[in-house]
Design a protein around this ligand. Structure first.
Ligand code: CU
Length: 546
């Protein structure tokens, strides 16, 4: 088992584990995502002095994993490769897959650090939008010499183990329960495809040399290098992201498989993606390094990944507790629930280097026997009591006003809303408005930013920066085949108040929504030659009052 990359071997032991997990599931169903019983482990804010002990344990675990041979599934880079071949982004399995991934990895750190209480600290980027200073210490910094310094060395060390791997062997290509079928879904037909994606893809690779392993450096650790990222992590954005009242709007849109990308909820598409790209150096200006693992599908090579994703998981747990407190659904509903629950997750490995027995999305819907909870952090005020029950979510379909180029302003959609919704209200319990905007993705927009504008003035897609007046900014993340269209969930409330205060909003006129694409980078972090922002075709528009 330790000799190849395998998740397929079903031993008597894993069968027994499955039976135990099934028995445990009945018990787990009574405890919520947010731990009805006291948790055994606590994920602390990294700024809490008590988190120091866990950072030291994390260092011990990282050193141990870097020292394990490539044949051991718990090797540091082997773990990152699990993310490379199986991570979902831009769909409704994003949160639940990463909960499983970080949860198993935390157990491995507990095992290899010898710290029986180990739990990941989380990086609350809303409270402190800088890479935590401790993450530049020792092996918490991916530029430390204990990490592999160049792609050639990485390839030399791991080519054999990838070649021998069972990932591509013996699976039924038509059975989604086989690893082989999962890999084919993402066009990884054989090991050479993986190596192409990691290194040879002219659109950008995933491996970064030691000197540019992290784009934000000790001297420049701030997310404020990019004002859009700073806004994406701000409290108003996080509070908006917690407002949706159904799982799919809060998370990201439905897809058929977890390798598919269709669009982004606010939490994933804005703070999650922009923090990845920003820490990965994608928004740096020379001479700061433009490279960095965090912008790629090998992002778990940077130890900061686990702190970023613990914060994402914290916000999911917070949203879940809010939903429970109000008697609202915490998971997909109706026929969607079974579809979401049975999606196979086949690549996770446990703290002994064995394939895990919990192999579906539904196994990670609750924190369950990972048994951690969170020290409270930013966004907690969403838990304030609310009088009465909320009205049902209302939907308003928009028209496509002008699609395609040729006009003076950007292509847009328009939606007529009841004046009461546009007039604004001081009531904090007034419905939160979200637009679900679907745009045709320009072929070169893979690394760009998407600015969603309300009532954009003519010329908003011109050469000047489109950032002022955007309702939200989204970015793509990682390496996924760009789909023909992509849907963003955009909060309207804050931008409507801004327009109202400038007398730029009529409660009677339809609201126009448009999307401007700002190209930021070419391959491998090379700066694009000042490409002017372009307008993206809006192909559908719905506004929802949550
Ligand atoms: Cu991520």
């Amino acid at each position: 088992m330790a000799d190849d990359i395998s998740g397929l071997a079903v031993s008597r032991r894993t069968v027994l584990q499955s039976a135990a997990a099934a028995a445990g599931a009945a018990v787990m169903a009574t405890s919520s995502s947010s731990q009805a019983a006291p948790a055994r482990y606590r994920r602390l804010n990294v700024a809490n002095p008590d988190a120091r002990r866990f950072l030291e344990s994390y260092k011990t675990a990282i050193r141990a994993m870097l020292a394990l041979p490539p044949s051991d599934p718990r090797n540091w880079y082997r773990n990152a490769l699990v993310h490379t071949v199986d991570c979902p982004h831009g769909n409704w399995w994003f949160l639940v897959w990463h909960r499983g991934y970080v949860g198993w990895f935390e157990q491995t750190c507990r095992e290899l650090s010898g710290d029986p209480d180990f739990a990941f600290p989380y990086w609350d980027w809303t409270a402190d939008p800088r890479v935590p200073a401790a993450m530049y210490e020792d092996v918490l910094n991916p530029s430390h010499p204990a990490f592999i310094g160049a792609f050639e060395d990485f390839h030399d060390q791991f080519a054999k183990v990838v070649d021998k791997s069972s990932w591509w062997k013996g699976g039924d290509p038509f059975d989604p329960g086989s690893q082989y079928a999962q890999l084919l879904n993402r066009s990884m037909r054989f090991p050479a495809d993986l190596w192409f994606d990691i290194h040879a893809d002219p659109r950008g690779g995933m491996f970064f040399e030691r000197d540019s392993a992290r784009g934000l450096t000790k001297d420049h650790p701030g997310l404020d290098v990019d004002p859009d990222t700073l806004r994406a992590v701000s409290l108003p954005t996080v509070m908006s992201a917690l407002r949706p009242r159904d799982f799919v709007t809060f998370a990201s849109p439905k897809t058929a498989f977890h390798s598919g990308l269709t669009g982004f909820g606010l939490l994933e598409g804005s703070p999650h993606n922009l923090v990845h790209n920003c820490v990965g150096g994608a928004y740096n200006a020379p001479p700061q390094p433009m490279g960095g693992f965090m912008q790629s599908n090998m992002s778990p090579v940077d130890p900061l990944f686990m702190l970023h994703h613990s914060n994402m998981d914290r916000l999911w747990d917070l949203w879940t507790r809010k939903q429970q407190a109000r008697g609202e659904p915490i998971l997909p509903e109706g026929a969607d629930l079974a579809k979401w629950q049975r999606e196979p997750f086949l690549f996770f490995m446990d703290s002994k280097g064995q394939p895990v027995a919990r192999r579906t999305a539904g196994d990670y819907a609750a924190i369950g026997d990972f048994a951690y909870d969170y020290e409270p952090g930013s966004g907690e005020k969403i838990m304030r009591p609310r009088p009465g029950k909320d009205a049902p979510v209302r939907r308003y379909a928009g028209d496509i006003k002008r699609s395609g180029s040729g006009g003076t302003g950007p292509a847009s959609g328009a939606v007529a809303l009841p004046p009461a919704l546009l007039q604004g209200s001081e009531d904090p319990d007034a419905p939160a408005l979200f637009a679900k905007v679907t745009v045709a993705v320009p072929p070169d927009a893979h690394t760009g930013k998407f600015h969603v504008l309300l009532n954009a003035p003519p010329g908003a897609a011109g050469p000047s920066s489109p950032t002022a007046g955007a309702a939200a900014v989204f970015a793509m993340f990682g390496h996924h085949t760009p789909p023909p269209t992509i849907t963003f969930t955009v909060p309207l409330g804050p931008q409507l108040s801004a327009l109202r205060s400038k007398n730029l909003l009529s409660a009677q006129a339809p609201l126009s929504v448009s999307v401007v694409v700002e190209q930021t980078h070419g391959p491998h972090g090379a700066m694009m030659a000042a490409a002017p922002p372009t307008s993206a075709d809006v192909v559908s528009l719905v506004v929802e009052a949550h």
